[in-house]
Write a protein that binds this ligand. Structure first.
Ligand SMILES: [Zn+2]
Length: 276
């Protein structure tokens, strides 16, 4: 595990360095709608400073990545970033309630499956959507809301907000809100945050919403492992991090199919994060 943690830390540093040296280009209307806007969510990596608008995106714009390599943009766990924000919500009413959350969607394959499962078990969740993805799949984005789930902002193109000036953070939020609808919660991509980001989000009426239980589902550890992580760390008020986009999320779906009946049988309620 030490080597894994070291790799994770090195990755964090590499990402931060790459981002710090990147030229900041404001999100502009020229990138609206086109496939190029999708590219950053697929290509941000420690070895490539994220181009806001890739002039020649790879062909795989709408297909999930074909390989087993995890998307590098989710490779940064919060606990290796400083400073960690205060955990989540103080749920009102408490009791045995937890809050599922799904990042990086909406996705045409995985999001509907997750919505079906939630509906079958009377559960709700919060979906932190990427604006450019929601723009591509508006009907799925709308279905998320219509099912009584909550929606959060996950920026327009999955940017490292710590690498943006305050105006850039604001642009990421407002452009996404225009597509996904109003929300009071933003989750910084990759968990990359700092006090300036928190302040910039606050000026946009956004609360930074992190998580308490990281399933690391993006690493595809197997559905059983994802289940064990949640069950093993379950506690009242916990926000659970999973992903409905950004790659092959079949393990996430499989894990959810096991988790929902198991948690509800044990008396847990799964609700949307309050106040988002
Ligand atoms: Zn993300």
């Amino acid at each position: 595990m030490a080597s894994v943690r070291f790799f994770g830390s090195a990755l964090v540093i590499a990402v931060a360095m790459a981002a710090a040296t990147a030229t900041v280009v404001p999100v502009g209307p020229a990138s609206a709608g086109g496939p190029a806007t999708h590219a950053p969510t697929q290509t941000v990596s420690p070895t490539h400073a994220p181009p806001p608008v890739a002039p020649t995106p790879p062909a795989a714009v709408t297909t999930p990545e074909p390989t087993l390599q995890p998307p590098k943009f989710v490779a940064v766990p919060r606990d290796e970033r400083a400073p960690a924000p205060p955990p989540a919500t103080g749920p009102t009413g408490a009791g045995k309630v937890m809050y599922l959350s799904f990042d990086d969607g909406p996705h045409p394959a995985w999001t509907p499956k997750i919505l079906d499962l939630l509906g079958q078990h009377g559960a709700h969740a919060t979906f932190f959507q990427i604006g450019s993805e929601a723009a591509q799949y508006p009907t799925i984005a709308a279905r998320v809301r219509s099912g009584g789930n909550a929606v959060g902002n996950h920026t327009w193109d999955h940017r490292d907000l710590t690498a943006l000036p305050a105006e850039g953070v604001a642009a990421q939020v407002t452009r996404t809100t225009a597509v996904i609808g109003a929300t009071r919660c933003t989750r910084p991509p990759m968990g990359l945050t700092n006090p300036a980001v928190v302040a910039a989000l606050g000026r946009q009426g956004q609360r930074q919403q992190m998580w308490d239980i990281d399933t690391r589902d993006w690493q595809r550890p197997g559905a059983a492992r994802i289940v064990d992580t949640v069950v093993g760390q379950a506690r009242s008020g916990a926000v659970i991090l999973m992903h409905d986009g950004g790659g092959d999320r079949s393990q996430t779906v499989d894990a959810l199919a096991q988790l929902l009946p198991r948690l509800t049988r044990a008396g847990w309620r799964l609700e949307a994060i309050p106040g988002c």
